[in-house]
Design a protein around this ligand. Structure first.
Ligand code: IDC
Length: 640
């Protein structure tokens, strides 16, 4: 029996310190150029604060620096110079190399993005911490040796084209600890808290990322629960993970999935999180937890719901404005039932390509979803059956085996064994396996073509009769052309594979790190069947512009396969953008495009799916996963 719980109040206090608020202000200074700072025609540069938070008295802010080159000339070198508050430190940066001397942040390119080609852009990101929040004082960019001042020291002659909201920030005094959370302890040892794990401002809206923790130190199992959170003002719900969400009339209702519905004694759930926003800055969110049919509300009323089975509990008065909770067992999450028994390969067999879609052995449209290893030479420990099995349990039906093709990135024919092992494990588990020739630093697939020929000769001879093997012949060509380099390479490698394996799906990489599928769709490979084309994205970097390319390619009939993607930025690190990632997933689902998430490792980078503090190499539970891992496992489970 559940002990009768008393009234319950939970107010989630948010920090309102000036320091924090200025920390979340988003400043955008976009200068098309004018006066003595005129940038070259067709070139724009910006410094934008895309996020900010406060922790232990330090301000953290995330800056995004962009240079867009729409001119007809390549930019051969670039550098940013930005003045930061005293004592600023770089916590993390990506897609460039930042260093601080005095107050000045200097950002230099990495080898691969030193040149900004015509119609391309570079985006550098960093997270800085300092005692003071960031306010733009001096921002400059150096292009091919010439300095252009974007902001500060009187050198800017016009107003920024973008909106600079920094000065509109309110200046209230601090009242509460910034990430404070937590309601009162329920009498029987059950507690819950909502932690604000991130916050930022975008346009006119304030965004809050929350984590829900329910801790059961009572002596009774919680069999079911749900949570209501009131979002003041004009609110919206943008993203949630590891639970079901409905948002109606300003109230977000969170109900568990099957696996986290019951909370046994002395255990807690802490993997549930969501992002909400309001047009008002929110000081506190009211919330109410319903536990086994009883709702504990902030207004000190207890609404007891009739329980299903014995239905003996009295229903006490409900608030007038509250939606009637008839027959009021908290809604049961639809169980994640596998549609059929048997493994993915047993059910769907040999795959082929029809139109822009994959179809299974019965000719029905089919979507592959799964995970990619990191470079097998670097993280061979995750190339094992238990690791793949965990992801199959979460809902994956494919693993991608990434073999870097560059000797500087660990390539050696002695690593073939890692592919053999990986295909074996996938086969035993009835999963599909993608053999990925992971071009990256080597750029042009012709650089190591002799090795590719040997590799695909060997692999296709070995796997000619496997129903579950897919070949990906060049992960991400870059710095080379489709017509002159990639397409001829692909035609040769396809011939090599087809000499052994007549009909397996072959994925061909596309220019600019597998983004320019629109260009390929205007001159695809002809006279072959079961060919697909790689489309890669990292949601915090690639958004509508790449989706538009994908849409063009689809319109032109090009079959796409997202053989690699991440929710973070293109460096494989930086903050996740789950809002954009969700847009991508909807786009892919609605076009029946398969997708594989980078990467199965515990490396200390955002894209790693395993938590960096987890040393297990298999039998993962959700708690072993990183933020990215939890999010993606949830995507898979929802679609299982
Ligand atoms: C990244 C890894 C990182 C490694 C780097 C260089 O996450 O640990 O140091 O490669 O080898 C890709 C590539 C993929 C990248 C990933 C993130 O296919 O190899 O992995 N990325 O940068 N394309 C776009 C992003």
């Amino acid at each position: 029996m559940v002990a009768k719980l008393k009234k319950f109040r939970a107010l989630i206090a948010l920090a309102v310190a000036l320091i924090v608020i200025t920390g979340v202000a988003v400043s955008t200074n976009v200068f098309a150029g004018s006066g003595n700072t005129t940038l070259p025609d067709g070139v724009s540069a910006s410094v934008t604060q895309v996020g900010g938070w406060e922790s232990n008295g330090e301000n953290y802010y995330q800056l995004q620096l962009t240079i867009k080159n729409s001119s007809s000339k390549n930019i051969n070198s670039w550098e940013f110079n930005i003045d930061l508050p005293d004592g600023a430190k770089i916590n993390q940066d990506w897609c460039g190399k930042g260093s601080i001397e005095g107050n000045r942040l200097t950002v230099a390119p990495l080898d691969y993005n030193k040149t900004i080609y015509t119609n391309n852009e570079i985006v550098y990101g960093c997270i800085i911490s300092s005692k003071k929040a960031y306010t733009p004082t001096y921002e400059a960019v150096k292009l091919d040796g010439k300095t252009y001042v974007l902001c500060g020291k009187g050198e800017v002659t016009t107003e920024p084209a973008g909106t600079d909201t920094a000065e509109e920030v309110t200046t209230e005094a601090a009242t509460e600890a910034p990430t404070s959370s937590s309601g009162e302890t329920l009498p029987d040892g059950l507690t819950y808290s909502l932690n604000v794990t991130g916050r930022w401002q975008s346009g006119n809206d304030y965004f809050y990322q929350m984590q829900l923790v329910i801790d059961n130190k009572s002596n009774t199992t919680v069999n079911n629960w749900s949570l209501d959170i009131t979002i003041p003002g004009k609110g919206s719900f943008s993203q949630g993970w590891c639970a079901n969400y409905t948002y109606n009339n300003g109230i977000l209702n969170v109900t568990p999935f099957d696996y986290n519905k019951s909370i046994s004694v002395n255990s807690k759930i802490d993997n549930i999180g969501f992002i909400i926003s309001s047009d008002k800055e929110v000081k506190s969110f009211e919330s109410a937890l319903t536990v086994d049919g009883k709702k504990y509300e902030a207004d000190e009323k207890v609404t007891e719901a009739t329980t299903t089975a014995s239905s003996t509990e009295a229903t006490t008065e409900a608030k007038k404005d509250e939606p009637t909770q008839a027959p009021t067992e908290a809604p049961t999450a639809a169980p994640a039932v596998k549609p059929t028994t048997g493994t993915p390969v047993a059910n769907h067999g040999k795959l082929s390509v029809k139109g822009t879609s994959i179809v299974d052995k019965n000719g029905d449209k089919f979507q592959l979803r799964g995970v990619s290893t990191h470079g097998l030479a670097w993280f061979p420990q995750y190339d094992n059956k238990d690791a793949f099995a965990s992801w199959e349990d979460f809902g994956a039906n494919v693993v991608r085996l990434a073999m870097y093709s560059d000797k500087n990135a660990g390539f050696s024919t002695s690593n073939y064994q890692l592919i053999y092992d990986g295909v074996d494990y996938a086969t035993q588990l009835g999963m599909y396996a993608i053999i990925d020739w992971h071009i990256l630093g080597d750029g042009n697939p012709n650089t190591n073509k002799a090795d590719a020929v040997n590799f695909f000769k060997t692999m296709s001879a070995k796997y000619a009769n496997y129903d579950n093997v897919i070949y990906e012949i060049c992960n991400e060509p870059n710095g080379c052309s489709w017509n002159n380099d990639i397409k001829p390479y692909a035609e040769d490698i396809i011939d090599i594979i087809r000499a052994n394996d007549k009909d397996a799906i072959i994925i061909v990489g596309t220019p600019t790190w597998s983004q320019d599928v629109d260009e390929v769709s205007r001159n695809p490979i002809t006279g072959e069947s079961n060919i697909m084309y790689a489309l890669h994205f990292y949601a915090a970097t690639h958004t509508d512009n790449i989706r538009n390319k994908a849409q063009t390619a689809l319109n032109n009939g090009l079959p796409l396969f997202v053989s690699e993607f991440g929710m973070c930025d293109a460096s494989g690190n930086g903050g996740n953008n789950f809002t954009e990632a969700s847009k991508w997933i909807s786009f892919l689902d609605s076009n029946n495009i398969s997708y594989v998430c980078w990467n199965l490792s515990n490396k200390a980078e955002t894209s790693a799916l395993i938590s960096s503090s987890c040393n297990k190499t298999g039998n993962f539970t959700l708690n072993d996963l990183s933020e990215s891992g939890k999010w993606f496992a949830n995507i898979l489970t929802e679609r299982k």
